[in-house]
Design a protein around this ligand. Structure first.
Ligand code: AMP
Length: 188
């Protein structure tokens, strides 16, 4: 069985960049709920229309919508031999729903990428110049960091109780951070 991983961390911590490299190295499926919402919004699907105002204002998309999307995605064949969940779960409700769907030992490791708030805002604003993402502005970045502290930090505590969280320093070059991540994965 391939690795079953969650990457968690504040907006701008570098989750997406590192996730793509982890997928390539370990040959597991990877999906980002943020990417799925952005695609649905640009395709104007019914789900995208529902998610749009939340994503663009930096709020979380309601749990029922997110859980439905993720469980459907996890049921596809490419997830049968390991996966990396990027940006999910973002609330304790989502984590409990995931535990219920996967069973008690459905996740091997939670990789918690840690970066200071000041660095995050600067990175997000810089990324916004290239990405054109509607939520990559300083104001929305601060909002998303606040939402992360309120809603998502408790998810780390949830998984800490079962001893599967690995805290990774997210400062440094892309290669340095990748080496720390793979060291944590390989030690498991
Ligand atoms: P991200 O690309 O992970 O930064 O996500 C961008 C936006 O998509 C977030 O600010 C939320 O509006 C929405 N989103 C992504 N994943 C989730 C999730 N698991 N739960 C709720 N909203 C989410």
């Amino acid at each position: 069985m391939g690795k079953r991983l969650i990457s968690i961390g504040p907006p701008g911590a570098g989750k997406g960049t590192q996730a793509a490299r982890i997928r390539d190295k370990y040959g597991i499926a990877w999906f980002s709920t943020g990417d799925m919402f952005r695609a649905a919004i640009s395709e104007e699907t019914p789900m995208g229309l529902e998610a749009k105002e939340f994503v663009e204002s930096g709020e979380l998309v309601p749990d029922e919508i997110v859980v439905g999307v993720v469980l459907e995605r996890l049921g596809r064949p490419d997830c049968a031999d390991g996966y990396l969940l990027d940006g999910f779960p973002r609330t304790v409700f989502q984590a409990v729903a995931l535990d219920g769907a996967l069973g008690a030992d459905g996740i091997d490791l939670v990789l918690d990428l840690e970066v200071d708030d000041d660095v995050l805002v600067a990175r997000i604003v810089e990324r916004g110049k290239r990405s054109g993402r509607a939520d990559d502005t300083a104001e929305t970045a601060r909002k998303r960091i606040g939402v992360y502290g309120d809603e998502t930090a408790p998810v780390i505590e949830h998984y800490d109780k079962v001893g599967i969280v690995r805290r990774i320093d997210g400062l440094g070059t892309m290669d340095e951070v990748f080496d720390r991540l793979t060291a944590a994965i390989d030690a498991d």
